[in-house]
Design a protein. Structure first.
Length: 399
């Protein structure tokens, strides 16, 4: 007979969101299982810019700072437009670039040190909601009070709950490669963002100690060949496309779950769609939402009403959802072809655009405040009636 194990909280996925959920739940005295199909350390497609907001979330949840040997700091930033350099900017604070293979392993270890039980290298074979249980591929039965899904953009748990994780026509698809271009100290550690290498998306070139992470993401359904554009972008960035291994994955920026879960099953991070579709920030929102889910689980279990966990969690993540609503509205301007000339001009000349970008990354300014500033400037008319989706997709949704 297969083993049966019981935990207060079971977390699926040991990335930043899952590690934060497990750490917070364990810190609150709950028994926690941390399940991941991978064995850590493992690779993860991501530029791995750890923003000031993400670093603050790490301090708040894990009570620690990134070790200096795990990141490369720099303040050099370049805004581009289909390969054309529009502007060089110095960030008002250090931007820290890491590698997800090291970063995620470090956070996962923090959760394990707090008391979470490591159950990596296995996958879930069946979800048994009515029994508050799940079955692993090896036959082990895991019973839980609250189940937290931190299992990514292709979340099997979200698919189980809602029939699909996301509508792939509405979320982004990204390609990424590691180029053998080590940075010679902080002066060489230039980060660039290309705002028109793709439509309804952007490209990025992030420095690391031994490599550069080059990638692009955009809405695939907007009549564009993202794979061909990735090859073009690599060439513009001085990399032979045939010299690197290109990987691809869906990114849930632009579409999030209004109700991220059901009863005592909660979705966090990418599984909930908590990704900033303008800056690409996902790590900070992953850690923040993971901690919120850990707290919600603790509150519901303390009240002996685990199926009320959604009530506590949904209330907590409203602040994240409100910001992502603003992101969608502003994105309609940033990516709309009708405002392309104006946006390019603002990127090149406006000090405020650069300041807003860095303030949002740092968590020092909300998108509600950014939107107010938009309304005071030349974007006033653009904000009225602008859509959150490309026109082709609006027609598809209406049909």
């Amino acid at each position: 007979m297969a083993d049966t194990l019981t935990f207060d909280v079971v977390v699926l996925g040991a990335g930043p969101a899952g590690s934060a959920a497990a750490k917070r739940a364990a810190d609150r005295g709950l028994s926690v299982a941390l399940i991941d199909r991978s064995v850590f350390p493992r690779h993860k497609l991501c530029g791995a810019l750890i923003s000031p907001r993400a670093n603050k979330a790490i301090r708040d949840v894990h009570g620690m700072e990134m070790p200096e040997d795990m990141y490369l700091p720099s303040r050099s930033v370049e805004f581009k437009w289909n390969g054309e350099v529009l502007r060089d900017i110095e960030a008002p604070y250090d931007l820290t670039y890491s590698n997800r293979i090291d970063f995620d392993h470090w956070l996962r270890n923090s959760a394990l040190e707090a008391g979470a039980v490591n159950m990596e290298g296995t996958r879930v074979a069946a979800f048994l909601d009515a029994e508050n249980a799940l079955e692993l591929a090896d036959g082990t039965r895991i019973e839980y009070g609250v189940l937290i899904g931190a299992d990514g953009a292709a979340s099997p748990l979200a698919k189980h709950l809602f029939g699909q994780a996301f509508d792939n026509d509405k979320i982004a698809f990204a390609f990424e490669a590691e180029a053998d271009q080590p940075c010679d100290g902080e002066k060489d550690a230039l980060m660039s963002i290309d705002f028109r290498i793709v439509r309804w998306g952007y490209g990025w070139n992030f420095p690391k100690r031994k490599t550069r992470t080059i990638g692009l993401g955009g809405i695939k359904s907007v009549d564009q060949d993202l794979k061909a554009l990735m090859a073009q972008y690599l060439e513009l960035e001085g990399v032979d496309p045939d010299s690197v291994k290109v990987k691809g994955a869906h990114l849930p920026g632009g579409d999030y779950k209004k109700r991220p879960g059901r009863e005592n099953i909660l979705l966090v991070g990418d599984a909930a769609g908590f990704v900033d579709a303008i800056t690409g920030e996902g790590i900070a929102l992953a850690i923040e939402s993971g901690a919120m889910a850990g707290d919600a689980a603790a509150e519901a279990l303390a009240a002996d009403r685990p199926r009320r966990a959604e009530k506590f969690y949904f209330a907590a993540v409203k602040s994240i959802q409100a910001e992502l609503d603003k992101v969608r509205r502003i994105r309609g301007i940033v990516y709309a072809e009708a405002f392309e000339k104006h946006f390019k001009d603002r990127l090149r000349h406006s000090d405020w655009v650069g300041t807003a970008f860095f303030d949002v990354l740092a968590g020092n300014q909300t998108y509600a405040e950014v939107e107010k500033r938009f309304a005071q400037k030349a974007f006033t008319s653009a904000l009225k009636g602008v859509a959150a989706w490309p026109s082709k997709m609006r027609r598809k949704r209406a049909s």
